[in-house]
Design a protein around this ligand. Structure first.
Ligand SMILES: [Fe+2]
Ligand SMILES: [Fe+2]
Length: 273
């Protein structure tokens, strides 16, 4: 089956790139399942329910998040009723919403998606390895689901690599989000799990990680905070990773990073029929 994961959608530029490009990608490449990280969709800070709906309408089957999940307080309410919306699984017990769910893909297959957050340079949550192991052991790949996708929202590349090896052979895809900068280390690990340290963001790359760059420059050079940070709203780039899995095992057989936007050569997913 064919999966696509799109990185953190930042502000209007990121949303517009997803809305403009995702429906065509799903059509042309017969994508079975799409995950989009939406934690920065509302001007860089969280996501509202109408913006979540926009991403779902564009073709996202599941929207994951991270440390910005509660920036828009309404998320604390809609997280309960929106079954396609995930927050990190290692928040304390009793946190609204869910950290994992199983969905039916366009081809009828069962897809487990787990969202989990790292510990290094991040808010102190519960142990991410315990959390992900708990979710995955209740829905083993090849038995209770046909594909398993883990969005590991973390800062440190070392921690992300550890999670990749921790889940090698147990997940179809372990993909990093949060840094908003795509890494060039996409690969299929020895056990058959597709891996990429960070998928990058969907947004305006003429920015500092999606935010308008004047204020970060001023803060860095003067050490005096001035204006509020706002998302950069120039032309957006789509950033993602496409994965083709073996229908029998759920493990990855082909992967391809995808970047579509201003200044980039035209890109398409090269998966054949
Ligand atoms: Fe983000
Ligand atoms: Fe984040």
């Amino acid at each position: 089956m064919r999966l696509l994961f799109l990185g953190d959608v930042v502000g209007r530029s990121g949303r517009n790139a997803v809305i403009a490009l995702l429906p065509g990608l799903i059509d042309r490449h017969k994508l079975d399942f799409v995950v989009v990280n939406g934690e920065n969709a509302a001007g860089g800070f969280g996501i509202t329910e109408p913006l979540l709906q926009d991403l779902l309408d564009a073709g996202a089957d599941c929207v994951t998040t991270g440390n910005h999940v509660w920036d828009q307080r309404e998320a604390l309410v809609f997280a309960e009723r929106q079954e396609r919306f995930l927050r990190p699984a290692n928040y304390p017990q009793g946190t609204p919403g869910r950290g994992a769910n199983v969905f039916t893909a366009r081809n009828g297959a069962r897809v487990l998606v787990v969202n989990v957050m790292g510990l290094l340079f991040m808010p102190a949550l519960d142990d991410p390895y315990n959390a992900v192991a708990r979710e995955m052991s209740s829905c083993p790949l090849g038995e209770a689901c046909d594909a398993a996708i883990v969005d590991f929202h973390a800062e440190a590349t070392s921690e992300k690599q550890v999670m990749g090896y921790f889940l090698d052979g147990k997940a179809s895809l372990v993909i990093g989000t949060h840094t908003h900068v795509p890494t060039a280390d996409h690969r299929i690990l020895a056990g058959g799990t597709a891996y990429m340290s960070d998928v990058g963001m969907c947004g305006d790359y003429d920015s500092v990680i999606g935010m308008e760059k004047d204020e970060p420059l001023k803060r860095a050079t003067t050490k005096i905070p001035g204006a509020r940070l706002g998302s950069a709203n120039g032309p957006g780039t789509l950033s993602g990773l496409a994965v083709e899995t073996d229908d029998r095992t759920g493990l990855a057989v082909r992967i391809q990073p995808l970047r579509m936007g201003p200044g980039l050569a035209p890109a398409e997913i090269a998966f054949g029929d």
